[in-house]
Design a protein around this ligand. Structure first.
Ligand code: NAG
Ligand code: NAG
Ligand code: NAG
Ligand code: ZN
Length: 286
């Protein structure tokens, strides 16, 4: 069902707005500062991403305990479907439920998909930043509240979505990322998709998951619903320059019948925090 949704949504969006152009993007007239014209939620007061200023966060280690992750360690009975959405590369996950709870959450949340945001240069790419420092890439693992029937039903509910966000750092070659990068040649254009060999999600993640920050925010793409509880982890994931190069060169925003542009710089800039507070499990140096 969710696979059906994932494949049909881009087509629906395309037909609705017609023509070869996208109805929203990351640059120019259809860029983030104009999203609210077609998607009013994007002008809301609890939007994402945000800048995390470590000297303004509230540390609450009792509330923000460890996560319980189920199914993160296994690749059995999992189906992974890699897709070029024109806005990102995304892995849609089906099969045996993979879930998290803990981190101060009241409910259990099921994994739906994960995807990336990255820059054309190393100095930018992440959506969240810590003390003004942006990473070259950020990964979002998107979950929906198990009390709703499916992802689309949860998408606009205030307790509907949980995203685990991981920041990358340029360094050594990351073998785990090759599970995805090695398939980029099968998804060069928008709407291209392919099944990939499943892997355990945990392999992807940093070792330490106990230092993180949490806040209430939104989807970082239209329609910007304010339905997301965000968790941003302090420990980074390594990626080599060569692997970043693949993200920057091998996948494109377009169908294969027009101007070809890479997906890079698919990040929304930080949004005002307004009255919100950011809570952290601890500070890096505690
Ligand atoms: C999600 O559940 C709703 C309510 O039951 C249903 O109408 C909708 O078709 C489902 N969507 C998908 C993509 O399965
Ligand atoms: C390119 O292909 C897409 C999808 O197949 C189609 O909707 C669009 O009209 C085409 N654009 C041009 C310029 O032919
Ligand atoms: C990718 O999509 C294009 C349409 O934009 C299609 O012509 C092509 O066959 C697809 N490539 C693969 C590898 O599926
Ligand atoms: Zn994202």
């Amino acid at each position: 069902m969710s696979q059906f949704f994932a494949i049909l949504l881009p087509l629906y969006v395309h037909w609705t707005f017609g023509g070869a152009g996208n109805e929203w993007g990351y640059e120019g007239e259809i860029g983030p500062s104009n999203w609210h014209n077609n998607y009013p939620h994007c002008a809301g007061s609890r939007q994402s991403p945000v800048s995390i200023r470590m000297n303004e966060v509230i540390v609450d280690s009792n509330w923000l305990g460890p996560f319980t992750m189920r199914g993160y360690d296994t690749r059995d009975n999992v189906c992974m479907h890699l897709e070029n959405t024109g806005y990102t590369v995304q892995v849609n996950i089906q099969g045996e439920p993979i879930s998290i709870t803990g981190g101060g959450l009241k409910d259990t949340y099921l994994v739906e998909q994960f995807h990336f945001h990255w820059g054309r240069l190393d100095q930018r790419g992440s959506e969240h930043d810590i003390d003004g420092i942006h990473s070259p890439m950020e990964m979002h693992i998107v979950h929906y509240n198990a009390k709703y029937k499916n992802f689309s039903e949860a998408l606009d509910k205030s307790d509907g979505i949980v995203v685990l966000a991981f920041l990358f750092e340029v360094g050594n070659h990351n073998d785990h990322l090759d599970h995805i990068i090695s398939h980029f040649e099968e998804i060069p254009y928008r709407d291209n998709h392919t099944l990939i060999e499943p892997f355990a999600l945990r392999e992807f993640l940093p070792k330490k998951l106990d230092i993180y920050c949490r806040y209430s925010g939104s989807l970082t793409t239209p329609p910007c619903y304010e339905s997301v509880t965000w968790f941003i982890f302090y420990e980074t994931i390594e990626i080599s320059e060569e692997q970043l190069h693949s993200f920057r060169q091998d996948v494109h925003q377009n169908f294969d019948n027009g101007t070809i542009t890479d997906i890079s710089d698919d990040f929304r800039p930080p949004q005002p925090l307004y009255k919100r507070k950011i809570y952290c499990s601890k500070k890096e140096d505690d």
